[in-house]
Every structure is written in C-alpha cells, then in structure tokens.
Write a protein that binds this ligand. Structure first.
Ligand SMILES: O=C(O)CCC(=O)C(=O)O
Ligand SMILES: [Fe+2]
Length: 276
C-alpha cells in the first residue's frame, strides 16, 4: 500500500510501500498528486537498472538530454552522470563536477525556451557525510513578496541563458557555449496547479527585460534575497537507492557541495520536459 509522508516545511514528501519498477497507474496517480502538492518527492529503497530508471522517468514526461555532453552516460545519452570523473588524470579535483549545482539556488533549464518540468536523480553512491540537496518552494517565495513588488513584477520577463552573467559554461563543449537568451515570465503560473510562483534563477538571468541596467541589477539582487522562505524548505539527506524528483516550475534547489572529495557521490540524473 502506498503511503505519503510529508517531510519538509511546506515542501517535500516521502513515498513508502512502492517499487517504482512495478507501479500501476492508480498508484502512480497518487504519487504524482503528492508531487504536485509537495514540489519534491522522495522514493527510498529502490533497486534500479538504467532502463528501469528511464522507463519510470518517462511516466512524468519526455526525457531531454542535458547540453553538457561530457557528463552524459556513455551508453545512454539521456542520462547525466553526477560525480563521475571528478578527479582528472592529473589528480586534481574538477570543481565544475564536484560543485555542480552548488553555486546558487536555481531551477533547471531556465536557459531553454521550454524549461524543464522536472529533474529526477537516483543515488548510486552516497558519501559518509555532507552532500545533501536543499530545496525551496517558489510558491512560498511568491507569496512572501510585498504586494508592491508583486505588482511591479506582474507581466515582467526575465532574460535567461546558460551560465548567466558569470558565463559558467565549464561543463559544455566549446562548440556548445553560444546560447541564445530566452524570456520567461518572472511570475509564472504553474500549468498544472494554477498557482503563482516566483520563477527566478540568479545564476542564469542576464537582466529583467525592458528595464534600465541599474534598475534591473537592483531588482535581481532583491529577488535573490527573497527566494528562500523558512516555511518552504526541505533538506534531503541522501541514502543509496533514493529516487528524488523535483518540479522545476515551483521549486529551487542547490547542492550543498560539501562532501569529502575523496569519497564517491554518484547519481544518475534526467531532465524531463512537458509532453507536447
Ligand atoms: O547534486 C545535487 O544535489 C543537485 C545538482 C543539481 O543541481 C542538478 O542535478 O540539477
Ligand atoms: Fe540543478
């Protein structure tokens, strides 16, 4: 019997009593509903092969290969490997791999015209300490905005690109580093829940469209401060066999990036888009 337990403050749910390899449609519908309600869903204790993970992930939408070709699974390009090859042939720690996802709170795929609906990870190796993933609710961020700011942002668009203002493109091949910026509404209505969220990503945004540079920079700084609300947070402490899926339309996340670098922390990862 499927059991849904809330885990964080305002976001996060853990699902018990299921094997994601054999979920029937009715049980999947319960899990999916919990995901829409809680933004992040954890399914512990799963034993999956690559094909099992891909098959289960496709129940949420269409898998989209990540633009970072050098971190793709050699046989399954839809899968990104996290934490693999983090030590180079010279024995140096590759910080772009070790600190992947740890620089800023962010939402995945804001650089795409059709941003990612979801990201799903499966934990293959977990360090003895650290290496958590932190989550925060975009709904909580929106709801906590002062009403003058809500009004000011209504109808405004952010201009986003891969790597943002820092041009952080170390994981891309040289020929893939040229991105055309895309626009997304900063106040975004979630297509399935109908709720408003603060859709923002300080590491990918270039500017707020149609504002003078100074005003845009000041607004970006203010929004960066307002992303994380105490009542919309969940810290995930990984166990081997955890499957975790987050909704990029209503949650931010960030890797803690703090585990012992000599230890393994390895995940399979997929980006999932909406079905057309
Ligand atoms: O490794 C993690 O904890 C999350 C990394 C990340 O930001 C991602 O996979 O999108
Ligand atoms: Fe991410």
């Amino acid at each position: 019997m499927i059991e849904v337990r809330r885990v964080g403050r305002g976001i996060g749910a853990e699902i018990h009593g299921v094997d994601v390899k054999t979920l029937d449609d009715a049980t999947f519908a319960v899990l999916y509903r919990a995901w829409l309600d809680c933004n992040v869903v954890v399914v512990p204790g799963q034993e999956l092969g690559v094909r099992d993970f891909l098959r289960y992930s496709r129940r949420f939408g269409v898998i989209h290969p990540h633009p970072s070709k050098m971190t793709r699974h050699p046989d399954y390009p839809e899968i990104t490997l996290l934490g693999v090859n983090k030590v180079g042939p010279d024995g140096q720690l590759d910080m772009a791999i070790y600190r992947r996802g740890a620089e800023d709170w962010h939402t995945d795929g804001a650089y795409d015209q059709a941003p990612f609906k979801a990201t799903q990870l499966y934990a293959l190796a977990v360090p003895s300490t650290g290496g958590n993933t932190l989550f925060a609710s975009m709904y909580a961020a929106y709801e906590a905005l002062p009403s003058r700011l809500k009004q000011r942002l209504e109808g405004r668009h952010g201009v986003f690109t891969y790597g943002g203002r820092r041009k952080a493109t170390a994981l891309l091949n040289a020929e893939d580093r040229d991105w055309k910026p895309v626009l997304h509404p900063i106040i975004r209505v979630h297509p399935e829940t109908g709720r408003k969220a603060l859709y923002f990503d300080p590491g990918k945004i270039l500017c707020i469209d149609e504002l003078e540079e100074q005003e845009s920079d000041a607004l970006i700084a203010e929004l960066t401060e307002r992303m994380i609300q105490p009542d919309g947070q969940y810290r995930h402490r990984w166990r081997k066999g955890d499957v975790v899926i987050w909704d990029n339309r209503c949650s931010y996340h960030k890797a803690a990036g703090d585990y012992p670098p000599e230890e393994d922390r390895i995940h399979w990862r997929v980006s999932i888009k909406e079905r057309a």
